[in-house]
Design a protein around this ligand. Structure first.
Ligand SMILES: Nc1nc2c(ncn2[C@@H]2O[C@H](COP(=O)(O)OP(=O)(O)OP(=O)(O)O)[C@@H](O)[C@H]2O)c(=O)[nH]1
Ligand SMILES: [Mg+2]
Length: 701
């Protein structure tokens, strides 16, 4: 049995803008609590969390890592703290959202010298969906020239007055070592040896007024939570410690208060105070009653009680394929407990699954454990039929709990193996990367005959290509995908005739048709009408005529792209008793179509995407100018805090390299999403160029 119970487990995620110090903070937490006996550093590439080769090379997190340690609350009770350290670079947002799904509290880490950044805002936005409790951690308080109060007001501006200072720095800058706790109303003096211990002293006179002000603001935030507290506050001018404790817990869980701490991960200052707060006030799974789920295959809601003695229910939030052991699935238990050898059912696909070895994780290090209890996070090897976002549960209680909402991909590239013999390997690799990271996907585009990979940004795709090389020895070419143009017509041709006749000894070939070709409304595809009377084309050849037309439409006429939105009426023809056959009528149909199509004012259609661009407002001119230069139409603008949102429609053919352009225009702070909307005619002067190019390439081949 583990030495802790469900009420003694806390799960937190570290989120926020890249480079704010999440990974080093995690390292400092492990070190301060004795889980490791030496602090690693990002520069030396030896932190517990950033252990992958590419993370060490790039000195940034790419995957979320699971860590754990023991903390203690005021009563001396030992709690297990699970930590998910997530990457801040937005290309890896998939790792963030999956971590939010299984943690109750998120520490939003902010760089004291930079304040609120775009990654602060984006990661925070996702916590809204998963309803994580929030603690702000202003890290790097040891930087010179920081303006703590300005950082606090930026955070309040972005996230409201719920942002409430609990600890503020006394001596920010190089020698940072002292903070004032405005709940305890004490000065905490941290040791300078990096061990992270502190001694308690009274608040010096010159800081009393400031401490009082923050203290008062804290009490008022709590009092605002409900009427009873407000009345007490008005009557007594303050709140009792019990009321504050209770109000704080409720406020945290209702996201009505976002406590704020200041730390220096590199010198281990402020961390212990933060951990004491987490131990005292953060939720365990038992503080929320149930987990919402569905009866498999239906939309019938099931509420699963967070009951340590209940039927086992576990949710897989992450899959990693490790070199020596194969697939490792990370999960959280939401009810009951699970052990090795337990038989469960996968609610998503109905398959049975028996659990193999279970592990608790410290970065890359695994320790085998016999049991994982309700609320805890751990990993299991070699699940046969179970993937990220699946629920495994007791056969007595088949269920699918609310899954992770992975963001849609916003960039696509075409990929091919350099070595033709590697194509199977490539497809295995693509499948496995999607398993590991559902924010990445791949598909074969039959229109353009290309394998397309899609993800959250250029770096995301580059990282995956690099991993393919490292793990599978795969050499690949990555190029911009071909644009899936379409072809259609604008006018009607009443009579297009073609006679296919061949007399070359023996039996000849004969097929002869008259067709009418007319445009259909956009999106209506193809319609074929048989208007033959008197059997001038015998019934048995009519499907062949249609087939010939469909085939040539698939192949395309102008630039080899599919023809759409046309109606064809077969209304006349002739046949030969001996020579007519299906092939002849197929040829006649396709040639009559080709001829008529060229006379029916053919045009090219291009895919138009709905694009949403989010960026700080100071880049408005640059971003909107760029959208227009890409033939984009701005459909609307909204602002959210100091962020600007542009909604536009843009042709796919103009979006080449858009994400890197947007980054360079906005100092890395702009992001965008895109989704296919519809097809539209290509402007004439551009169409001419596309057709010329196509002809040129064809004659070269
Ligand atoms: N001076 C100072 N440097 C810090 C502190 N915390 C982190 N750093 C440095 O800041 C850089 C980024 O730290 P990381 O811990 O990798 O930041 P991160 O938030 O995990 O970054 P991503 O994984 O890219 O999101 C490294 O060079 C750290 O050594 C701190 O408190 N003070
Ligand atoms: Mg990191």
């Amino acid at each position: 049995m583990p030495e802790y119970t469900t009420s003694q487990i806390r799960n937190i995620s570290l989120i926020g803008h890249s480079g704010t110090g999440k990974t080093l903070l995690a390292e400092a937490i492990l070190f301060s609590t004795g889980a490791i006996n030496r602090m690693g550093s990002i520069e030396e590439g030896n932190t517990v969390s950033d252990y992958h080769k590419d993370e060490i090379e790039k000195q940034m997190s790419i995957n979320s890592s699971l860590l754990n340690t023991i903390i203690q609350n005021n009563k001396g009770e030992k709690l297990k703290l699970n930590i998910l350290d997530t990457p801040g670079f937005m290309d890896f947002i998939g790792e963030v959202v999956s971590s939010l799904r299984v943690t109750d509290t998120s520490l939003v880490v902010v760089d004291a010298s930079k304040g609120r950044e775009v990654g602060t805002e984006i990661s925070f936005r996702y916590t809204d969906y998963y309803k994580n409790d929030i603690i702000f951690v202003v890290n790097k308080t040891d930087h010179e020239n920081i303006d703590f109060e300005n950082v606090v007001s930026q955070l309040k501006e972005g996230f409201g007055n719920r942002v409430t200072v609990i600890q503020f720095p006394v001596n920010s800058g190089g020698g940072f070592s002292e903070v004032i706790d405005v709940m305890k109303m004490k000065l905490l003096k941290y040791s300078k040896d990096g061990k992270g211990n502190y001694t308690i002293e009274d608040i010096p006179d010159n800081l009393k007024a400031k401490a009082d002000e923050y203290h008062q603001a804290f009490i008022e935030t709590i009092a605002e939570e409900d009427e009873e507290l407000m009345t007490k506050y008005f009557d007594q001018g303050t709140l009792s410690d019990e009321d504050l404790d209770r109000g704080l817990k409720i406020g945290l869980s209702k996201r009505e208060i976002f406590p704020l701490f200041c730390t220096s991960a590199s010198s281990n200052v402020g961390i212990r105070g933060l951990l004491e707060f987490i131990a005292e006030y953060c939720e365990s799974l038992l503080d929320s009653d149930t987990e919402s789920g569905f009866k498999p295959g239906t939309e019938d809601l099931i509420e699963i009680k967070h009951d340590p003695k209940g039927e086992p229910v576990m949710f897989i939030f992450k899959t990693v394929s490790e070199k020596n052991i194969g697939e490792l699935s990370f999960f959280r238990v939401y009810s009951g407990s699970v052990r090795q050898g337990l038989d469960l059912v996968n609610g998503n696909n109905g398959m049975n699954e028996r659990l193999s070895q279970l592990y608790t994780m410290q970065g890359k290090d695994r320790k085998e454990i016999p049991e994982v209890i309700c609320g805890d996070i751990a990993s299991v090897v070699k699940l046969k039929h179970t993937h990220t976002n699946n629920t495994l549960s007791s056969k007595n209680l088949p269920v699918v709990v609310k899954g992770i909402l992975f963001p849609d991909p916003n960039i696509s590239m075409a990929i091919s193996a350099k070595n033709k013999g590697d194509e199977d390997k490539l497809s295995v690799a693509l499948h496995s990367f999607h398993e590991e990271d559902p924010s990445f996907s791949s598909n074969f585009d039959t229109q353009t005959n290309q394998t397309i990979i899609s993800g959250q940004g250029e770096i995301h795709l580059q990282t995956i290509v690099q991993r393919m090389h490292n793990k599978y020895g795969l050499e690949v070419d990555v190029t911009e995908p071909r644009i899936p143009y379409r072809e259609t017509i604008r006018s009607t041709v009443n009579d297009s005739e073609y006679k296919h006749k061949k007399q070359s000894g023996g039996r000849g070939q004969y097929g002869h048709v008259h067709i009418k070709i007319e445009p259909l409304e956009r999106g209506n595809g193809f319609e074929f009408v048989n208007a033959i009377v008197g059997g001038v084309v015998p019934g048995r050849f009519i499907p062949a005529v249609e087939k010939g037309i469909v085939e040539i439409m698939e192949k395309g006429i102008l630039v080899g792209s599919k023809v759409v939105d046309v109606k064809v009426t077969l209304f006349d023809g002739t046949f030969h008793n001996v020579d007519s056959d299906e092939i002849s009528f197929k040829i006649a149909g396709s040639q009559a179509f080709k001829k008529g199509f060229k006379d029916a004012s053919p045009v090219l259609l291009e895919p138009i995407y709905n694009v949403e661009v989010v960026f700080p407002e100071e880049f408005m001119g640059a971003v909107s100018g760029d959208v227009s230069s890409r033939r984009g139409r701005i459909m609307g603008m909204e602002s959210e805090g100091h962020l600007q949102l542009i909604k536009a429609q843009m042709p796919l053919s103009e979006m080449e390299g858009y994400s890197s352009k947007l980054r360079s225009l906005t100092q890395g702070r702009g992001t965008y999403k895109r989704k296919f909307s519809h097809y539209e005619e290509v402007p004439k002067e551009i169409e001419v160029k596309i057709i010329d190019n196509y002809e040129k390439n064809k004659s070269e081949e």
